[in-house]
Design a protein around this ligand. Sequence first.
Ligand SMILES: *[C@@H]1O[C@H](CO)[C@@H](O)[C@H](O)[C@H]1NC(C)=O
Ligand SMILES: *[C@@H]1O[C@H](CO)[C@@H](O)[C@H](O)[C@H]1NC(C)=O
Length: 513
Amino acid sequence: ESFEETPLLVAILTYIGYAILIIFGHARDFLRKWNLEPVPRAQEPKPEKGWVPLYQSFESFYTRNLYRRVRDCWNRPICSAPAAIFKLMERYTSDQGWTFKYTGRELECINMGSYNYLGFAQPTGSFIDQSEEAVHRYGLGVCSSRLEIGSVDLHMELESLLAEFLEVDSTLTFGMGFATNSMNIPALVSKGCLILSDELNHASLVLGSRLSGATVRIFKHNDMVDLECKLRDALFHGQPRTFRPWKKILIIVEGVYSMEGSIVRLPEIIALAKKYKAYIYLDEAHSIGAVGPRGRGVTDYWGCSPRDVDIMMGTFTKSFGAVGGYIGGKKSLIDHLRLRSHSCTYAVSMPALAAQQIISTMRIIMNKTGDDDGPRRVAKLAWNSRYFRARLNKMGFIIYGNVNSPVVPLLLFCPAKVTAFSRECLSRGLATVVVGFPATPIIEARARFCLSAAHNRSTLDRALAIIDEVGDLLRIKYSTKQPPLSSHSECDLQFIKRFSKHIYTSNVLEHFL
Ligand SMILES: *[C@@H]1O[C@H](CO)[C@@H](O)[C@H](O)[C@H]1NC(C)=O
Ligand SMILES: *[C@@H]1O[C@H](CO)[C@@H](O)[C@H](O)[C@H]1NC(C)=O
């Protein structure tokens, strides 16, 4: 795990950068107020006397004056499959992102931004043919909820295959990944319960926790000392005011954190949960399929038993190239959710073609097709992630996260460099995602690369050459420490060696790791 401190000078320059932007933002807000600068958006009418304006948070100031300041369009539409090489529509804005104009050009770029971890978001292959057959058999929509007449046989087939894949008793699938979190947490905890939530948990977990009515306390990211402290405190003091014991304590964590590239310290969390009799809710949106020697997520990665995790949650939107989410666990848990979860009782169920895509790709990952395609994809992703990260480290960038994570964040810090990085990379044929506040702390803006089994060595080398060039241009090679040499466990190295021979002929591994 690497989290290099922000160099002091960079931090100061970043704060100065934001200070200038904020001063200009206030100046422009002032001009807009007196109608000296045109305001393209639908404006909030002057609040009535005694009313508070509806939008006045810092976040809306940030969106108006910082995020929308440039001619670039951050949310670029794509017009091809999100494969290793894809096409973007070129568009620009001349009114701070209120409207966009297409230039009519398509940009062919290397795709380092899609969550296409195992490369299954491709438009051809046996699984696409099978999904197509499913459309011809079932149509596109299911037009009912799971609890009524919206369960087709493919859902049952998917759920039993998934139980085998996750090594749990029972599973339940949902049509939307986000709703899997936001609608199931309220079915599990309520008032009088305590949620201990990692500070970097995804918005869907945060929303679900808030909707549940339980008390939410935040612990520092992946910090076991802080978590234990909060657990002890919860047991010792109980509920506020009444001092009654908490009904339940639920620890909510993610497998791989998508902004940080870190991997949850699961064995320690399991030990703590056992010691203090708390439950664990594990969100594997970015880890299922993407980490572990068999691609079965963080339990596979750490060698933990999935039965030690009470609620195994994940999504099909990334590694499986489909849509929806799941929850796995004991049969009693799943039976309860089947009746109580709003996304089971009230939401329309997953389209049959998506269920078929997941079944087909999961069978490939499990090597049930017998052609080694799945294990190769898992190994290739692992190799690609390590190679890409190691090369960036060597170039002198500050990179966050775990060496095994397929998400590789490269720190940019200064607001101007965030824009410039995105623009310069795009003009050289590399598309990636840049993220800043509020998704990250305000000074830790970054570019986030997502690796994929669809990338090959030559594509990655091209991408790395572009990043290297842009890095020199923008002077963002901030790292002052040598990349760690021996952060790989012995078993890791064995794993990479075994597979790198399969995948790449030249053994460049020793060189970089
Ligand atoms: C996948 O299945 C094939 C055929 O059964 C087998 O030869 C191969 O060793 C399997 N691969 C892995 C990684 O288990
Ligand atoms: C690598 O991938 C690119 C784009 O997907 C493809 O054009 C190229 O032929 C591949 N190279 C090799 C060596 O397979």
